[in-house]
Design a protein around this ligand. Structure first.
Ligand code: ADP
Ligand code: MG
Length: 427
């Protein structure tokens, strides 16, 4: 096992596309690191540079103690698992599993033992004599994993390995992957465009956009402390609600006004985000997570009420998504525009047309709520969890700069503060 360190890594494809731009990332020994971001953001390119399948245009990649920039893939001691399995169709599962070991001249006895061990771990024992064509998609993907496992590499590199599987199988394979990682403890770099997959699998998650690192953090911190509008909108489902707003000083803390609503910003939130004070009397973008809403009838004390009219309700059994329009246009910022484009292709795409160019918000409320489409309803907001962004830069205002976890993620400000992609927009 080994740590993997990327320092100032660039990739410029012939034709001039800068697919990866100055990527600094430290993947710790034994860590499960997920690279996530929209299609085309450079995830696969970054992974393929670690694997040695793509030349590195600038910077260095180290695996363990070695800089591997000029090492051939086979000398890097890593195993790659792809989306399309890449199994040999004419070989049995057993032969597929032992192929890499055979190439390395491992004895027949040892091959047999390693293959059986991996097959057991993956529940493939009864399929060893089958050929890939006689397996389901999930079984094929497990063979592909098995092939990586028997090699006992320093690291696993996985590029969207579950994306050819149906939704239910993806969920169970996700669980298997987590168990495998817990058991083997092998450093893993896992690429996906699916933020739910990223959040459920990653020890830490690295969010990329247009080849640049946005934030690398634990799933929890990405959710609670996104460094900019892009991360805020990309992580979390349903997505964070945004509106152009204005902050004002108040007796006990501040207030935020948007779309005809005024909500208190409690002193405790300002203590966590001290830079908010400088924004009194100024425009900001406010963000509210759907899960920080509740039907006022079921809300905790101290949550701020908002009267809304439910346009659509999605009853999910355990909760209800209440979709409503607010009297303000959707936030027009390059960061959120990207996300909107992406959502159209996504599973939960833009099914509801925008009404008169008003922003659509989602509140996730208790399933005991009696709200029905067309109803006027009072929802309540946990104002201690409001998010605020600078409308010019898209950066979160005053996120906690100190870092609880000692050698953990870089301070939020560093991660995005020097991102030219953000600065360009203000120029
Ligand atoms: N072989 C290539 N030649 C030129 N451009 C490429 C090549 N591979 C990828 N790209 C471009 O590099 C960018 C990043 O691609 P990729 O790493 O595949 O993104 P992701 O895996 O995040 O979807 C995209 O703009 C893509 O079109
Ligand atoms: Mg890719």
């Amino acid at each position: 096992m080994a740590a993997i360190v990327l320092s100032g890594v660039d990739k410029v494809y012939s034709g001039g596309v800068k697919a990866v731009d100055g990527l600094d990332l430290e993947i710790r020994d034994g860590e499960f690191m997920v690279l996530v971001g929209p299609s085309g953001c450079g995830k696969s390119t970054a992974l393929r540079m670690i694997a040695g399948l793509e030349e590195i245009s600038g910077g260095t990649v180290s695996i363990g103690e070695r800089v591997v920039n000029d090492l051939a893939p086979k000398d890097r001691d890593i195993a790659m698992v792809f989306q399309n399995y890449a199994l040999y169709p004419h070989m049995t599962v057993e032969k597929n599993l032992e192929f890499g070991l055979r190439l390395r001249g491992v004895s027949k006895e040892e091959r047999r033992q390693k293959v059986l061990e991996a097959a057991k771990m993956l529940g493939l024992e009864q399929y060893l004599s089958r050929k890939p064509a006689a397996l389901s998609g999930g079984q094929r993907q497990r063979v592909a994993m098995g092939r990586a496992i028997v090699r006992e590499p320093q690291a696993f590199l996985m590029d969207e390995p579950l994306s050819n599987l149906d939704a239910k199988l993806r969920v169970s394979m996700r669980a298997s992957l987590s168990q495998l990682h817990a058991r083997l403890g092998v450093t893993t770099v896992y690429v996906t465009h699916d933020q739910i997959e990223a959040m459920t699998l990653g020890t830490r998650v690295c969010v990329l956009r247009e080849g640049r690192l946005q934030q690398v953090d634990t799933p929890q911190r990405l959710f609670e402390d996104p460094v900019n509008l892009f991360v805020a909108g990309f992580i979390g489902s349903p997505a964070m609600n945004f509106a152009a707003a204005r902050l004002a000083a108040a007796d006990d803390g501040m207030t935020v006004s948007f779309a005809g609503y005024t909500l208190p910003v409690p002193a405790e939130r300002i203590a966590e985000r001290p830079a908010l004070v400088d924004y009194a009397g100024r425009d900001v973008i406010v963000g509210v997570r759907p899960s920080d809403f509740e039907d006022a009838a079921h809300a905790a004390e101290g949550w701020a009420p908002m009267r809304v009219t439910a346009s659509v309700t999605e009853e999910l059994g355990s909760e209800i998504n209440v979709i409503f329009t607010i009297d303000a246009p959707p936030v027009e910022h390059k960061d959120t525009a990207d996300l909107a484009d992406d959502a159209v292709d996504g599973e939960d795409g833009a099914a509801i047309p925008l009404a008169e160019d008003k922003a659509l918000w989602t509140a996730r409320v208790n399933s005991r709520s009696r709200v029905r489409p067309g109803d006027a309803v009072e929802v309540a907001v946990d104002t201690r969890r409001l998010h605020f962004f600078d409308p010019a830069t898209g950066l979160a205002i005053g996120p906690v700069a100190e870092d609880e976890d000692a050698d953990g993620a870089e301070p939020a400000e560093d991660a995005a503060g020097d991102a030219p992609s953000l600065e360009k927009k203000t120029a």
